[in-house]
Design a protein around this ligand. Sequence first.
Ligand code: ADP
Length: 155
Amino acid sequence: MKRTAIYPGTFDPITLGHVDVVNRGLKLFDRIVIGVAENPKKEPMFALEARLKMVRETFTDAPKVEVVSFTGLLVDLAHDQKGDAILRGLRAASDFEYEFQMATMNRRLDERIETCFVMAREDYTFVSSRFIREISGMGGDVSELVPATVAPYLK
Ligand code: ADP
């Protein structure tokens, strides 16, 4: 039986931390569906279309990875994509509170879908999309922290 995980996020922009989460997820699941959330409340720097393109271009050579956008409930995306689990990454204890609430809420919405956490690679624990936006906005070099596909969008 093929197991599918949904990896949701804003990906504003995608970082090597996100890529690491996907690669860890591929050790556990047969198929990963990356769900790029529209998330207007977060007022993303990149439009949904650009975020989707960056993620798609990053995984063009990964047949087990699919990329979709979504607006509504995550459990609805999981149903549509026949997902068995939700995949999330943890960097530090500060991530835990929010992730715990979200996982508990999603479990209430659908008992069958488990949330599965993978730990960030040590050298990416400090990498976040916000950090990338801020540093590159001030002219800093973040090329070692994002996939090569993202660099042109940051310029
Ligand atoms: P969201 O808006 O849902 O938090 P993000 O794109 O910021 O979306 O993050 C998506 C997921 O990836 C979250 O579970 C987050 O904790 C995880 N993540 C982000 N950066 C890293 C990283 N450097 N290492 C591991 N996990 C990460």
